[in-house]
Each structure stands twice: as structure tokens, then as C-alpha cells.
Design a protein around this ligand. Sequence first.
Ligand SMILES: [Zn+2]
Length: 55
Amino acid sequence: MRGLDPSVAAGGEGAPARCPYCGGTNTEREHPKGPSLCRSIHFCADCEEPFEAMG
Ligand SMILES: [Zn+2]
């Protein structure tokens, strides 16, 4: 695992994901094609990098 802060997972739906690169929450949720189980794709506006996040 990548050592994400478990407290982030308690944010619930609608809470911005925390960027694993810079730790910021200036992120947007992407809409991947196909079934997404418990992961979602987010995009950090600061790093300009996509990342996966739980929930
Ligand atoms: Zn970032």
C-alpha cells in the first residue's frame, strides 16, 4: 500500500481526495470508463497528475 492517511477515507462522498504527491486537496474527480469498484480516479490541479484514491 502507499501509506495514505486512513482518516481521509472518512471524508465521505463529495469530499475532495488528497493528492498523494503534494498532499493538497485541490483535486477533481475523473470519470473513468468501465466499472469502478471501490477506487476512483482523481486529478490534482497543482501537480497536474492523475491518481487513484479509495472511495
Ligand atoms: Zn498534487
